[in-house]
Ligand binder design. Sequence first.
Ligand SMILES: [Zn+2]
Length: 232
Amino acid sequence: MLRVWEEGQSCPPWARALLLLEAAAPGTDRAVLTRLPVGERDARLVELRAGLFGETLSSLAECPACGERLELTFSIADLRLPAPTASAPYRFQRGAVAACFRLPDSADFEALPVGPQAPRVLLEACVSDVTCDGAPAALGDLTEADIAALVAQMAETDPRADLKAAMTCPHCRHAWSARFDIVGFLWEELGAWVRRLLAEVHVLARSYGWREDDVLALSPWRRRYYIGLVRS
Ligand SMILES: [Zn+2]
C-alpha cells in the first residue's frame, strides 16, 4: 500500500482508483479493471477500505442547516448497495425516443477532456443506438427532458456509482444525504496511514540504525513496542 500511495501521488483520482484496485486484486489484468463500471469499482474499493481500516468511517462535514462543523460516524454497511441485476447494454425509452446505454468506467474518465463539455462527452461515449420514432437519431436531437431522464436512469441502474451517506446534525437535528467519494476518502486515509508509518520508520531508523526495509518488515505490533521503548 505504501508503494501504491507513492505511485499515485501525481495521478488523477480515476488512476488512483485503479492502483487501489490492483492492490486489492493482485494479478488481475489492468484492462479488465479499467473496464469495470464505476459502481463496481467503488463497491470493490468499499470492501478494500473495510479490509484495511475496518467497518466504521468517520468523516468531517458541515451541517447545511446550521453550519456547524461535525465529525460524523457511519458504517460501511450503509455503503453496501445491490449490484445491477441486468448487464449492459441497458434500454432507455421515453415516448418516441429510445436508446441503449452502458455505465461509465475508468477508461471513459481517462479519455475525458477537462472542462464544461465533460458530462456531454461522457454521455456520448456511453449512449448508442439512439432512435426517434424508430428512425436513427443523435443525442443532439433529444430534448433536455429526454437527456435528464436518460441521465437519471443511468444513475438508478447502478446506485453504487453515486454513494450517499445519511447524515444527522446533533445540534439542530437536520437530516440530509451527502455524496460519499470513496476514492478521495480512501486516498486520504491511506495518506494518513503512510505518514504514520514513515514517522515510525524515521524514529526506529534513527534510534537503532535499522534500514527502512528492516523496519517495514516488522509487524505493526513490534514496531509500536520498539517505539514505546525508544520513548520510555
Ligand atoms: Zn445543524
